[in-house]
Design a protein around this ligand. Structure first.
Ligand code: FNR
Length: 180
């Protein structure tokens, strides 16, 4: 099975979204490879003209080799978080042989929030982005983790059995979609 690339849109150590991806990784061992976006610079056309920065190139290579992309998105002000949008913008840029990386690429979006709506607005806000990039957005499953402070324990482990089952089903079904 070719791994799915998992990207969390939060840089926070105690991030619920990173914890969600880690829980998915544990539920489906070997299926998900986690990326770190901390070293992705702010997009700057002048920097790009001088050559794609190494952390971007590295992530582009991982995305190119991945069977799909799984985002765990925080919701900021009812929309997508800037650090994650910045990363997707960089990944969408051609560099060398790596072009149109999103074209036909399976993409799924999930997310966690301490609030009551579990990133529903952020997930919707990603739709036009992936549509414009020509990705194969997977919409058969939905995973919105609300009340994240209760769903994860103080170690960041998924403590809610029902949510664990929903996450497992979500990731398993997306993995089948990626292989298809
Ligand atoms: C938030 N948060 C938030 N939550 C939500 O459900 N809807 C929202 O619109 C917002 N807006 C928002 C804006 C900004 C600038 C911040 C910093 C936060 C709260 C957010 O869901 C919370 O901080 C999460 O814990 C972020 O995800 P991680 O870091 O836990 O993965």
């Amino acid at each position: 099975m070719t791994p799915i690339l998992g990207i969390s849109g939060s840089l926070r150590k105690g991030s619920f979204n990173t914890a969600l991806l880690k829980a998915a990784q544990q539920l489906l061992p070997g299926a998900i490879e986690l990326a770190d976006i901390r070293d992705i610079p702010l997009y700057d056309g002048d920097v790009e003209s001088a050559g794609t920065p190494d952390p971007v190139l590295d992530l582009q290579q991982h995305l190119s080799a991945a069977s799909g992309l799984l985002l765990a998105t925080p919701e900021y002000n009812n929309s997508v978080p800037g650090v994650l949008k910045n990363t997707i913008d960089w990944l969408s840029r051609p560099s060398g042989d790596l072009k149109n990386l999103f074209s036909g690429k399976p993409v799924a979006v999930m997310g966690a929030s301490p609030g009551g709506f579990g990133t529903v607005m952020a997930q919707s806000a990603w739709l036009p982005v992936f549509r414009s990039l020509g990705a194969r957005h997977w919409s058969a499953g939905r995973l919105m983790v609300s009340g994240a402070g209760r769903v994860f324990d103080s170690n960041g482990d998924l403590a809610d059995e029902q949510m664990k089952q929903r996450l497992e089903q979500f990731v398993k079904e997306f993995a089948v979609f990626c292989e298809g």
